[in-house]
Structure formats: C-alpha cells, structure tokens
Design a protein around this ligand. Structure first.
Ligand code: FAD
Length: 386
C-alpha cells in the first residue's frame, strides 16, 4: 500500500503538511501550552482557512463544494495532518462539527442549504443521537417526534453532543414509531438551533479541559415536515441513513489515530537516541527498543488495515467488518503506543512540558466514540455469523 501512497497521494500529504507548518504552527505558538482548550474563534478560523485550501471536506462531492477525494486519499490526508503533532491539525479536516455523510441522504434543497455551508466551514452542526439511557444501544432512544398537522413536535434529551453549544443546526434522531424503533421507527430531523424549544443544557467536561460536549433538550420543539432528512418520504429512515455512513466515521478516527501514533513514535525514537543513561543512549537498551519496535509494527499493521478498508470502500464495498476492524485496532493501538512513548521518556513523559501527557488523555476517547471497542468486536463477530 505504500506504493499507492507514493504514487497518488504523497503530494496531497506534502501539501497539508506544508500548510500546517506555514500557517498553523505560528498560531499554535500563541496557545497557552498549559491549557487544553482551543478557543472556538480560532477553531473556526482554522476550519475556514483549511476549507479555502480544499482540505477541510475534500471527500464531499464537487457539486456541493468538496473535491470528490476518494476515502483512501481522505484517510491519508487526515493521517498526514495528525502526524504533524500540531494542536490545530485536528481542525484542518472536518470532525463531528463538520459535514457528515449522513446529510448526503438529504433532499437537493437540504444539501444546498445545510451541507454546502458545512463543507465551506461557514457553518457548523452537531450530530444528536446519544441519550443518557441510550449510547451503544442507540435504537433505544427515547426522544420522540409526534406529528401535529404539517409539523412534527420533538421532546427529549440528548447528551455528550460534540459542538452542541456552537452548532447552527443539529441532526436529531427521534422515535416516530415506538413499535418499529431502529427498523423504520427512527427519523432524522434537521433542527436549526434558533428553533423555539431547542435548548442547550449543561456543558459536560471530560479528560481534556473545556466544555467539549453538551446536553441538548427539546421541549415541544416544532419543525416542519421539510426538516425530515430526505423529506417526508424518508420518515423512519433516519437510523438506516446513519448506519450507511458509519464506515466513513470509523475510517476518519482510524486515520487520525494512525497519524497521532506516527507522531508519538517519532518523538520516542528521537528521545531514545538522544537521552543518555549509564553512559549510552537509552535506545541501546533492548527493553527501550522493544517499546519502539512493538509500536512501529502495530502502527504499520494499523495503517494497512485502514488503507485496505478505505480502498475497498472506494470500490463500492460496504466494509462493515473492515471499518470495525480498522477502528478497533487503530484506537487500541494508539493508546498502547502513547503509553509506551511516555515510558520511553521516563518522568519527562508525564510532564506537561511535553505533548505526550495531553495526547495520552486525548486518545483515550477514541475507543469510546463512534461505537466502543466492544461494539466493534460485536460487529466483527456478527460479520462471521456468530
Ligand atoms: C467525548 C465524547 C463525544 C461524543 N460525541 C457524540 C456526539 O457528537 N453525538 C452523539 O450522538 N454521541 C456522542 N457521544 C456518545 C458516544 O457515541 C457514546 O458515549 C458511545 O456510543 C457509548 O455509549 P455510552 O457512553 O452510553 O456507553 P454504554 O452504551 O452505556 O456502554 C457502557 C459499556 O458497556 C459496553 N457495552 C454496551 N453494550 C454492549 C454489548 N452489547 N456488548 C458488549 N459490551 C457492551 C460498552 O462497550 C461500554 O464499555 C460522545 C461521547 C463522548 C465521550
């Protein structure tokens, strides 16, 4: 697969790396190194600038403002951005606040009105599925949408919603048929945040400082039929639409984890060469080499699983099993790698002077979101008939 990288996408990787070094490094230098949070204004600025360069939502269709980049290219783009280790790199390519493939199931008007400004990063959204009593078991959501004349009235509470406070609109999943649930009873609604009855609840603070996630409360929140994703004929199809684009989300996380692991292994190798103990570089000790070698091998395996999955996706495969494997392996791998690289750095690894301790906390999220590791294992087991 390295062959594919060199021939088709190496230039793209160089371009995003150059862009980050040239434009974002100076901005990163202005951030408080002891604070995790990146101000929303700066995040927005980076997103917009990255969109101008065509990086931000490169895999979305050209007629909507993207570049139609295949998933293999997108995976390599994300990986290259993350490999820079720049704290602003995560905003160069869209995350949960940016466009979601799920919106491709929208009507032409919905795509024009909602998807295009996300692709250009002029607007942001949030994906509101999870509830206090329904995470992995997402079919069990309790938020309801009840028809009243030509409109639908939403009631319920979502939580852990990334960008919930800043989003211009939310893609909200609600039960429209209690009997059918995920088999045709869950509908996705596009709800603008200015709609009466749309309330942002408490901010939820995680391992990284700052309010990253939010509760969203819907109290008699009335939306028109046209706000059903895909239009009224798509009633009950919300869950299917979300499932259809899961592979894209899982691939994005895998690509990011591969890039982060790459960056951390490089830090470890450099330190193992330079740090002296017992009169020689610590990297001359086999136990230290083991941390690095195990990480290099696992990283290579993770990249290959991810590239193969992306390539198959581009060739029309649904990649149910492959995307779960890529997400499962890469997210567990990056946690092991960062932990080992902290070990290689000794006490310095634990200090905030180095980026590793923040990355250690950052990567802990990846085995939890977009389906936990256990859920990925469940999907893989199911894919072989268990
Ligand atoms: C930082 C962050 C950002 C998030 N952003 C969003 C967002 O923007 N939008 C959104 O909708 N959601 C978001 N989420 C929610 C996230 O998708 C859920 O947290 C995740 O799906 C797990 O659900 P849960 O937390 O309810 O855990 P639970 O489902 O309660 O799981 C608890 C444990 O039980 C295990 N488990 C559950 N069922 C099974 C099973 N069948 N077999 C084996 N093990 C099982 C899980 O793997 C886990 O270990 C976010 C979460 C976090 C922490």
């Amino acid at each position: 697969m390295d062959f594919v990288v060199q021939d088709e996408y190496a230039e793209l990787q160089r371009n995003i790396t150059d862009y980050i070094e040239r434009e974002l490094r100076p901005l990163e230098a202005e951030l408080d190194p002891e604070k995790d949070d990146v101000p929303i204004e700066l995040r927005d600025k980076v997103r917009r600038r990255s969109a101008e360069f065509g990086f931000y939502a490169a895999d979305f269709p050209e007629d909507l403002g993207g570049s139609g980049l295949p998933q293999l290219g997108m995976v390599l783009l994300r990986e290259a951005a993350a490999r820079t280790g720049c704290r602003l790199a995560g905003f160069t390519v869209y995350g949960p606040e940016g466009p979601t493939g799920v919106l491709l199931a929208g009507t032409d008007e919905q795509k024009k009105k909602y998807l295009t400004p996300l692709i250009t990063a002029e607007k942001s959204m949030c994906f509101a599925l999870t509830e206090p009593d329904a995470g992995s078991d997402a079919q069990n959501i309790k938020t309801t949408a009840v028809k009243d004349g030509d409109s639908w009235v939403l009631n319920g509470t979502k939580h852990f919603i990334t960008n919930g406070k800043h989003a211009d609109f939310a893609l909200v999943f609600a039960v429209t048929d209690k009997e059918l649930k995920g088999s045709g009873g869950i509908t996705a609604f596009i709800v603008e945040s200015s709609t009466p009855g749309f309330e942002v609840g408490r901010g939820q603070i995680g391992m990284l400082e700052g309010e990253g996630q939010f509760e969203l409360i819907f109290r008699n929140c009335r939306v028109s039929e046209d706000q059903i994703l895909g239009g009224p004929e798509n009633l009950g199809m919300g869950f299917y639409a979300a499932m259809q684009f899961l592979a894209m989300g899982r691939l994005s996380i895998a690509a990011m984890c591969n890039g982060i692991a790459d960056y951390c292994v490089k830090l470890g190798i450099d330190y193992a060469k330079e740090r002296q103990a017992f009169g020689r570089p610590i990297g001359k000790n086999q136990y230290v080499q083991g941390h690095i070698v195990d990480s290099l091998v696992e990283l290579k395996a993770s990249k290959l699983i991810t590239y193969e999955c992306a390539d198959k996706y581009d060739h029309g495969d649904a990649v149910i099993q492959e995307s779960s494997m890529a997400k499962l392996y890469s997210t567990e791998m990056v946690n092991r790698v960062v932990d080992r690289m902290i070990q290689v750095h000794g006490g310095m690894g634990w200090m905030r002077e180095l980026p590793l301790e923040r990355i250690y906390r950052l990567v802990r999220i990846f085995t939890l979101v977009e389906g936990t590791s256990e859920i990925q294992k469940y999907i893989i087991a199911k894919s072989v008939g268990l």
